[in-house]
Design a protein around this ligand. Sequence first.
Ligand SMILES: Cc1cc2nc3c(=O)[nH]c(=O)nc-3n(C[C@H](O)[C@H](O)[C@H](O)COP(=O)(O)O)c2cc1C
Length: 330
Amino acid sequence: MAELSTPALRHVIKELYPETVLYSEMLSAGAIAAGAPHNEPLVTLREFDNPLIFQLVGANPSVMADACAILSETKCYGVDINMGCPNHDIVKKGQGAMLLTDIKKARSIVRSCRKATLKPLSVKMRSGYEGNDESSFIDFIVMLEAEGVDFITLHPRFAKLGFRRTADWRLVALAKRHLSIPVIGNGDITTPEAAIIKIDETGCDGVMIGREAVTSPWIFRLIADCMSGRSSSLELDVRDIFLKTLGYMHKYLPERLHRSRSHRFCAYYTRNVRYGHDLFTKIRRESAIGPVMGIVEEYYDRNPEEAIRHYFIEGGCISNETPCLDPAFC
Ligand SMILES: Cc1cc2nc3c(=O)[nH]c(=O)nc-3n(C[C@H](O)[C@H](O)[C@H](O)COP(=O)(O)O)c2cc1C
């Protein structure tokens, strides 16, 4: 996720649940192909980035292929093509979700990227641009499979919706029925119970978690524990995870990125505390990571009871101090 999938967040997620598959921030194919040095911190792989998929955004097939070849030379697991970003600056260049409106262009991009890499090639997509036209959607995903894409990740909202309404997971089930390659479902998963229900209902091969992974980087561990069916408990030091992520940001990212990346992360992570809005308002006044960490420490010094959180997992559900958030499941 742009400005969120930093090496800092990735490191923390891997410490919490080592099996997680990671994605990079969205990378401009033009900048990668041109060797733009400002991208270096975003494409540097660390020991915890395993497996990591680089995500590319672009609309020019040969530039996309060049970028794909460059990234494939690294130790990344695979390369993903963004066909879902609805951001105005992206779609006006014909990139991201706009590719869903031009199946020929999308085919040409996939074909050239397919030739450029032997590594897994995937597509992350919305279910449409202006609406959910099922037959165009099916034509599109069948084309992706025929061109040799190894799997798709579907966020089943059409692009013009942004994040309005709820993701229509029936389209994930529809994709599953028309494809042989794996389909990963994505959208609105905020609890382990929801992840398990979606996998069960749609038959999808996995789930991708976006926003909740920033607020609760431990969600992957909770999902795995719930799916295992075993009883377990998890004690989390949410204060320590907060400070650790900021510390890793300081360590891994150049100073010019500290403000944007720390603010983006804090916008989500401060949802974990009672006075999160006030805390984030204070954080936003700072540009450097040191003072942000100072504000966080001060908050928890005043509210020590918020630092530790317990989860109890029993029979596939989270119970006790953290009640099951999805009554439909229990
Ligand atoms: C701030 C932000 C940045 C995002 N950046 C990307 C991106 O770079 N590439 C991408 O494929 N999706 C991106 N997404 C979309 C997420 O990957 C995901 O599809 C969407 O948030 C729905 O999943 P969720 O409900 O689990 O968050 C972004 C979402 C947000 C909120």
